[in-house]
Design a protein around this ligand. Structure first.
Ligand SMILES: Nc1ncnc2c1ncn2[C@@H]1O[C@H](COP(=O)(O)OP(=O)(O)OP(=O)(O)O)[C@@H](O)[C@H]1O
Ligand SMILES: [Mg+2]
Length: 224
């Protein structure tokens, strides 16, 4: 059975977020399990930051890296807790025949299996603290990162710290555009990059879409 490494692939072009990554590093250094909820508006870079940080700390989570998308704002139904736990437990080596039918027993087994493991869990797009609570691994050596467009204040009671993401300043937005366009061999002048980054309000998803569009249609005037 392969060691589970379930993270989505990292972004090819990455800019900045040094301050936020350092903040996560500092939260990791404190004793005990690391529990953080990353919040911010849609497309601001929550999943990207979580994946980037977990990738950089690969050596701390050698036993397994688990991921689930709870579909918070996608319009799709969230996967049910028993379904998520059953999938993770199978990935952690529990045979399908040994999975209990009761959700409370599944939670208990998940806690038992993770209790002595260096495990990282990424719970993406959670809408409520209640959805997250049964997915918290029991290990003191582990990490759980949650992303949400909501603050999920209820998670503070479970020891979660909070990190809020904002859009990029214009210079960082311009650097992201430059990276995307250089990758596509379609470089653009500094002034145009800045103007476009400002028009996108430094929003990472808007910048990524604009960059991809310009790379695909290099003759289009980006200021238009
Ligand atoms: N620091 C960054 N450098 C480069 N690209 C970034 C960065 N942060 C985010 N992006 C890009 O911006 C887009 C949106 O990022 P991401 O999917 O992480 O946002 P999100 O906050 O998780 O959105 P949602 O709320 O919809 O889940 C992605 O294409 C991502 O690659
Ligand atoms: Mg996301």
């Amino acid at each position: 059975m392969p060691v589970p490494r379930q993270l989505p692939p990292p972004a090819r072009t990455w800019v900045d977020r040094a301050e936020e990554l350092e903040r996560l590093d500092r939260l990791l250094i404190t004793a005990g399990p690391t529990r953080v909820v990353v919040t911010g508006l849609g497309g601001v870079g929550k999943t990207g930051l979580a994946v980037r940080w977990l990738d950089a700390h690969h050596e701390r989570h050698l036993d397994s890296v688990l991921h689930v998308d709870l579909n918070g704002w996608s319009g799709h139904r969230p996967p049910a807790t028993p379904q998520v736990l059953a999938g993770w437990l199978r990935a952690l080596g529990v045979a399908a025949d040994d999975l209990p039918g009761e959700v409370a027993e599944l939670i208990a087994l998940y806690r038992t299996v993770t209790s002595d493991k260096a495990v990282a869990v990424l719970v993406d797009n959670a809408r409520s603290a209640e959805q997250v609570q049964p997915l918290v691994p029991a290990t003191a050596r582990g990490t759980i990162l949650v992303t949400s467009r909501h603050r999920l204040a209820g998670l503070a009671l479970a020891g979660f710290r909070h990190l809020d993401l904002d859009c990029f300043p214009a210079a960082t937005g311009a650097a992201l555009l430059a990276g995307l366009l250089d990758e596509a061999r379609q470089p653009l002048g500094e002034d145009l990059l800045h103007a476009l980054a400002t028009r996108c309000h430094g929003h990472p998803l808007a910048l990524t879409i604009a960059g991809a569009h310009l790379a695909a249609h290099p003759r289009r005037d980006p200021a238009a």
